[in-house]
Design a protein around this ligand. Sequence first.
Ligand SMILES: Cc1ncc(COP(=O)(O)O)c(C=O)c1O
Length: 420
Amino acid sequence: MTEVVSSATASLAQRVRGDFPILAQRQNDKRLVYLDSAATGQKPRQVIDAVDDFLSNVNAPIHRSTYNLAERSTALFEGARERVAAFLGSTAEQTIFTRNATEAINLVAHAWGRDPGTGAIGPGDVVLVTEMEHHSNIVPWQMLCRDTGATLDYVQITPDGMLDLDDLNAKLAAGNVKLLAVVHVSNVVGTINDVAALTASAHAAGATVLVDGSQAVPQLPVDVAAIDADFYVWTGHKAYGPTGIGVLHGRRELLERMRPWLGGGDMIKTVGWDESTWNDLPWKFEAGTSAVAEAVGLGAAIDYMREIGVENIQAHEHALVEYAMARLPEVPGLSMIGPGAEHRGGLISFTLEGMHPHDIGELVGRDNVCVRTGHHCAQPLMRKLDLVATARASFACFNDIDDIDALVESLHRAREVFEL
Ligand SMILES: Cc1ncc(COP(=O)(O)O)c(C=O)c1O
């Protein structure tokens, strides 16, 4: 098993590791083992250079000025949007830059959910989320339901961390679900949801669908047209891009009907004393000065993933998950949370009997092994799983099985410190 996985993963990891300058650093003479890409991804040199080049050589206001530098700046910004859109099977008009996934979801909750013109959500309506959502895909809907008198409900998960489809179908059959908001890949249990099938079921029941693709875009081929959700959101910093940039892909008819959420510069066509008219898509939803350098960096991140091949990243992370799921149980008292490798993206949450996850994180951190610990911004899910916290190892294209070996060895050492 080790040899097979090793040859499958080593070539990609070896090819790309040198692209990530941060991986060269050492602590106490130990190399950096970064297993926290689900929290935030590391940036390849190509992304860092693109941002550096933009700020050093091109920086100028976009959209407004006509001199050469400004035209180049606008072209880089809009060019990044076009490449992002194409990568996900969308169009530039339907691809809105936000600050992150959280802001994209809030945009939908305000501009779609609270718009009296579209009358999207009201008393008696149900907003359906799932028990495996990140807080970003819960709290905006709690706030919307509180403001509108609608009800928030949760699709349950099964003990192995899959969505309970019987529960979903029963809830959809009630006929009052206005919105299904569902994660594509869970950041805690790692489950890959069949979001195209979920979208089809929700549409058949008359519901609008929002998919949170924050963990999916960095590791799976995503075709938003094929998924057919009304809204698909994700965040740049987990997908090898900079912080401060996220994306909302929306169904054109909905985006056209929706009012803007934020008002200000760039999102208008005309401004009178009392009234204004809105800019075309996508700028209608991009008020104020955009994160231009960050968008350029995101464009470079997309180029990077395209060059490696996101299918290769997916196969690579899958092989790492299979290897890790075989090796981690060697650590006595370790329990993995979530489904088998066949339904799982590139992450594994686990607990270790006799140790709090924060102690695990701190002790493996002494070996320069970086894992995330805590509730992973999913407190309702932790409650459902009857846990306060977990440790989580998550993978990227630069990880190799030696990173997992380092984690396993470090976990053994951590147990010794605790005299377990
Ligand atoms: C599944 C999921 N959704 C949403 C988010 C929020 O991302 P951001 O904080 O960049 O908006 C995260 C981040 O951890 C996530 O894992």
